[in-house]
Design a protein around this ligand. Sequence first.
Ligand code: GDP
Length: 427
Amino acid sequence: MPPKKEVAEERLGPWALGKFSSRLKVGIVGLPNVGKSTLYNTLTKCSIPAENFPFCTIEPNETRVNVPDERFDWLVEKHQPKSIVHPWLEVCDIAGLVKGAAQGAGLGNAFLSHIRAVDGIVHVMRAFEDPDIVHVEDRVDPVADIEIISNELRQKDLEAIDRRLADLNRDKVKANSNPANKKEWESEMATVTKVKEYLESGKDVRTGVGVGDADVWNAKDIIYINEYQLLTSKPVMFLVNLSEEDYKRKKNKFLKPIHDWVMAHGGGTILPFSGELEAKLQAMGEDSTESDPIKREAEADAMRAEYLKTEGIVSALPKIIVTAFKMVQLIYFFTAGPDEVRAWVLRKGFTAPQGAGVIHTDFEAGFICAEVMSFADLKEFGSENEVKAKGRYRQEGKTYLIQDGDVIFFKFNVTTPKKTLMSDKKK
Ligand code: GDP
């Protein structure tokens, strides 16, 4: 749950919606045959091997993708550490949403429940034409596709809201017998009624806060909405799958109608990509006879770079990953030293002790302070000592909100004999 104080004081924005957790993931959603698996497979190829997460179960349809970051690369270059842990994003492949899913068509409800489990939605839309690849609705029309999907999600949310409404009506007499319960009941009833009307008017819940002038949801509404985990409250981005040719010339007849539709429905980032191109790049070097995997990958990278240079294009994957990561309000801080350079992923709005808790729960419980420098200062002044000399090295307390790119060293107390433990860097 978001820290209530901040929710009440600041103008609410899209950041207020969603789980306050550092384990957030995005799901790839779209009609069949639009290029979801192609995208997922290419992302998987640049993922972090599962053995780097020894204490976590990773579902077969989930992958952890490296988030490219020049700041991280700079820290690695500077420290030449023994070990590195990249920032990463958990991506989930949610196959097979079709029209009628909300009524159970296709694998309907199962897929909708998979969408419930993710924190952000990456909509893949098909804007490439290929007579050999069947379109589930028998025509290529990405705007109609996105209409189908958003209608399904809204219907599902309406069902959830109707269920909640029925529960509230059932509990009315009991709740009204006690003033505190009555107040809570009335407050929730007000939110539920508002959300129902909003959905019935054809709008997605996410568009009711911080979009343009829209401040439909107040802080109390947000708390209930976050409890309900509504599908249309999740942030979305749109990926338009183009043929390589269209991607290269940056032209496709669907781009404008898609843009118009997205703008008319609360906005969101639209990124063109080409499944065809990304799959081609991934396949490069597959027939290499080089036996050393590192050399083989270097060869493949060189081939990809050469191809992209000749064609005058770039792969869309890095931008897709970074945009998806930011969309779910994730950030990271760094711990950096000769032993390890590591990015710690957490939700925007985490306080310093909560951030320490991402490293270890003991760090949160025994939090004393965080010694912080911004990455920008470290880069500008060149070393921790110089940052200190310039008076830019800070000691932050319990209420400090961690900023993306902070380089942090936590001090904390534990009940064990060691009074302060090094997070990483001063060993
Ligand atoms: P999904 O059902 O959405 O997961 O779709 P897939 O990723 O399995 O793609 C369906 C088919 O379309 C596959 O045969 C892909 O090779 C093909 N495909 C994906 N992206 C492109 C593209 O950009 N251009 C063309 N021509 N085919 C593509």
